[in-house]
Design a protein around this ligand. Structure first.
Ligand code: URA
Length: 182
């Protein structure tokens, strides 16, 4: 599938129950040739309303960290594991992830990034390994196929616990370095 086909199929998706409660399918945004792909968990309220990932409070905090390490949001691609918002922002159900993950796989194949950064535990458990421990393993590097992968704290976790922001900044600096090396 090409980008247009993928976006159309995704916008009309009825693979799971979340299609009944969504306002918009939140496909993803950014540079379709990016070296760096960020993958979050699922759209929240603002994302559902706007159709764009990471535009709410967590997204604004992510923007600050990108700015801090001189990475432009328009140079990266940002997507989520789930393209539709779970009611009341509950965690994605395994069957919802299974129903949706194919879209992300197609996105990864089309973008062919050098580095994939999981935003938070849910994304890391799905993309890096099922027993991923975010507190212990954030900022570590994993090689999967052609891709270098790492995970950082989810920006929403930083809003809940600002003490984690120091680690986030260190991890983002390492990501920037890796990007320049590769
Ligand atoms: N949290 C996510 O994981 N993704 C978004 O797009 C917004 C908030």
């Amino acid at each position: 599938m090409n980008w247009d086909e993928l976006k159309k199929v995704c916008s009309e998706c009825q693979n799971c129950e979340l299609c009944n409660t969504r306002t918009n399918c939140v496909f993803g945004v950014g540079n379709e040739n990016a070296d760096l792909l960020f993958v979050g968990e699922a759209p929240g309220e603002q994302e559902d309303l706007s159709g764009t990932p990471f535009v709410g409070r967590a997204g604004q905090l992510l923007d600050k960290f990108l700015y801090a390490v001189d990475i432009k949001r328009e140079d990266v691609y940002i997507a989520n594991i789930l393209k539709c918002r779970p009611p009341k922002n509950r965690d994605p159900l395994p069957e919802e992830e299974d129903a949706c993950i194919g879209y992300l796989r197609e996105q990864v194949a089309l973008i062919n990034p050098k580095i994939i950064v999981c935003l938070g535990r849910i994304s890391a458990m799905r993309l890096i390994k099922p027993d991923f421990k975010i507190t212990k393993e954030h900022g570590q590097w994993f090689k999967k196929g052609n891709y270098l992968m790492t995970a950082v704290y989810h920006p929403a976790a930083l809003l809940r616990d600002p003490r984690k922001k120091e680690d986030m900044l260190e991890d983002m600096k390492k990501i920037k370095e890796k990007l320049l090396e590769n």
